[in-house]
Design a protein around this ligand. Structure first.
Ligand SMILES: [Ca+2]
Ligand SMILES: [Ca+2]
Ligand SMILES: [Ca+2]
Length: 385
């Protein structure tokens, strides 16, 4: 369902450097906003809605509305179709910079046309005839306003304007009409591993990339178009402490306002396997009551861990039930003889107990191996208790 873009890496690097600082949006004089009507929202709370009806005299007439965002958040636009013309909606910031323009098809339905994450501030909306002619053209515009922090802040098309994010949280964004990047900036204060998860696009391929502080591409992956709005693990990469960027872009889309959610996970070096750990001799030392992460690099990867049991006791083995991969987890004694083989099930990403063993005082090993499902660079985690 997804693929790595290695061949394109060099080309994309070049394209990217051209993209930096490039803002293709049209800007109009903010003079036109002076008579804008303030949209009336039904509440000042986290979620509010505004419903507006109006009539355009003919295809030339344009109406402007203003929206106040008291906090960062999301705006979502729905328009009643008109049987004779396509009704267009453009979102501008207070300086007259155009964010996006979408339109409702001709017809009689309500149509969701686009969403956008924006910073606190004043915004303007233009309602107009996108295509077609007619007189006395009624329209209805619904705007949903949601205040929350884990949202893309347009315009974030350049490294300088990237949306700051916190590692360990998920963020929602919408891809751009002009195929510009959505950029997010984060900083890690320690060396460690970063795992990125993201959703598939329903109508377009989504390109997720990791960039360093200079904007050079470190990881470049494309998730193919998929019918389910589902999250998947995209890559896991060792990073030195520093500033990095996540870039999200749509590719080959039928529709450009693709909604996505991504989530970063930072794993401390000490909690991550050290390859090569493919035999008892190379086993990584672990201890109870700590969560460890490893990467199944490919089907034949074996990851050995060594642990000590100080006195006779029952040890519980916990493992993440991954959506697409099941594992064999062998427990070996100090001589390398298999005491027990547990298997994990594919499933709901829950961290669950896969079994427990009464173990006598001594040294033991865990051997984590592939069982079935997806096998390329699969991040797993486990603990002993
Ligand atoms: Ca965007
Ligand atoms: Ca491994
Ligand atoms: Ca290994």
């Amino acid at each position: 369902m997804f693929k790595k873009v290695t061949a394109l890496l060099v080309t994309l690097c070049l394209c990217f450097s051209m993209n930096v600082g490039f803002t293709s949006a049209e800007t109009i004089s903010s003079e036109v906003f002076k008579d804008a009507t303030a949209l009336n929202f039904d509440s000042l709370e986290e979620m509010s809605e505004s419903a507006t009806m109006g009539v355009l005299k003919n295809q030339e007439e344009v109406k402007y509305y203003s929206i106040e965002m008291k906090r960062n958040g999301e705006l979502y636009f729905t328009v009643q179709q008109n049987p004779n013309v396509e009704i267009g909606v453009t979102l501008y910031d207070a300086n007259g910079e155009e964010y996006e323009t979408y339109y409702a098809d001709q017809g009689n339905e309500e149509e969701d046309i686009f969403g956008q994450g924006v910073a606190k501030g004043t915004y303007y909306v233009k309602v107009f005839v996108y295509h077609g002619t007619g007189e006395t053209l009624p329209y209805k515009l619904d705007v949903l306003r949601m205040y929350y922090d884990q949202i893309e802040i347009e315009r974030n098309n350049t490294l300088q304007t990237a949306t700051p994010i916190k590692v360990g949280k998920d963020y929602l964004g919408y891809t751009d009409q002009k195929d510009t990047d959505d950029l997010y900036r984060f900083t890690t204060t320690k060396d460690g591993y970063l795992n990125l998860k993201g959703t598939f696009g329903n109508d377009s391929e989504l390109n997720y990339r990791l960039l360093n502080a200079k904007g050079e591409v470190l990881e470049d992956w494309v998730l193919e178009e998929y019918d389910y709005y589902e999250m998947t693990s995209i890559f896991t990469k060792f990073l030195k402490s520093g500033t990095y960027y996540i870039s999200v872009m749509q590719e080959n889309g039928k529709y450009s306002n693709e909604q996505y959610i991504f989530e970063t996970l930072f794993i401390d070096n000490k909690q991550f396997e050290k390859e090569a750990n493919n035999s008892i001799k190379q086993a990584n030392v672990i201890s109870a009551n700590s969560v460890y992460h490893g990467l199944l690099n490919q089907k034949t990867d074996k990851d050995f861990y060594k642990f000590n049991v100080a006195k006779n006791k029952t040890v519980a083995f916990n493992f993440k039930r991954l959506e697409d991969t099941a594992f064999k987890v062998k427990v070996l004694n100090s001589k390398g003889k298999v005491v027990k083989t547990f298997t994990t099930k594919v499933g709901d990403e829950a961290f669950v107990k896969i079994g427990s063993l009464n173990l006598a005082k001594g040294t033991y090993y865990l051997d984590v191996e592939y069982l079935q499902g997806y096998s390329e660079k699969v991040l797993y985690n486990f603990s002993l208790k």
